[in-house]
Design a protein around this ligand. Structure first.
Ligand SMILES: [Zn+2]
Length: 239
């Protein structure tokens, strides 16, 4: 009898945990599945040809080269920064804001376990990143992009409290996964539509190389490169 109970409870455990993980994975699958009622991931009716390039996970050594390139092509972009990285490279965070780019929150530590955090822990991640960014740049940011695009009830609850605006993407470069520069470039260009928010990471030389081709192409095609707040007509900072 005892054995039977044990046997059943194990299977019940496996079933519940399995189901839980499945739901988490499903929620993580696409930011557009929507735990947030108002996640922005593109501008639907854009006037003229406009694109918002976004860079996650910086600042890093590569951010400098990306800022140089953006400057050369008079392009603006949005950087979703990790608080820890802002502490490491405060000058780059200052520079990107100074040069007219937008800075947003991408949590303090970008933990791979974030999807399993309770709301209070997510809240700390958001608040710590906010305070580092404010201390370094003087900006109180309103934009938040969840790491890995993971959305779940805990993250939704925390964001409701901090009142961040959640920003997704409509064109994912997969620049942390695809190693081949040609493939990466073609993937972005093939799917590109006006009003897109394009997801890149300022964490590799590969991305810098792709931008060296992408920026002149976009200029030739007549695309305006704007910040997310410009694209969506939103305020990026608390006044
Ligand atoms: Zn990230």
């Amino acid at each position: 009898m005892l054995f039977l109970f044990f046997h059943y409870s194990i299977w019940w455990f496996v079933l519940t945990v399995g189901l839980g993980l499945g739901i988490t994975a499903w929620g993580a699958f696409d930011i557009r599945l929507g735990y947030f009622t108002d996640t922005f991931y593109r501008r639907k009716h854009s006037r003229g040809k406009v694109i918002a390039l976004t860079f996650d996970d910086g600042p890093t050594h590569y951010t400098e080269q990306i800022l140089d390139l953006l400057q050369r092509y008079q392009a603006s972009a949005t950087f979703f920064c990790i608080g820890k990285q802002v502490e490491k490279f405060p000058e780059l965070a200052k520079r990107l804001v100074h040069e007219g780019h937008t800075i947003g929150n991408h949590t303090f530590s970008h933990s791979p376990w974030m999807g399993f955090y309770k709301a209070d822990k997510v809240l700390v991640e958001l608040q710590e990143a906010d305070s580092v960014i404010e201390a370094v740049t003087g900006k109180r940011v309103k934009f938040f992009r969840p790491p890995y695009g993971v959305t779940n009830p805990s993250i939704a609850k925390a964001v409701k409290l901090t009142r961040h605006q959640v920003i997704g993407w409509s064109n994912r470069s997969l620049d942390t996964i695809i190693m081949d520069e040609d493939k990466l470039y073609n993937r972005v260009v093939r799917k590109l539509r006006s009003g897109d928010i394009v997801l890149f990471h300022d964490t590799s030389q590969r991305t810098v190389k792709v931008l060296e081709r992408l920026l002149p192409y976009l200029q030739e095609e007549g695309y305006g490169l704007v910040t997310v707040d410009d694209l969506l007509t939103l305020h990026a900072y608390e006044s």
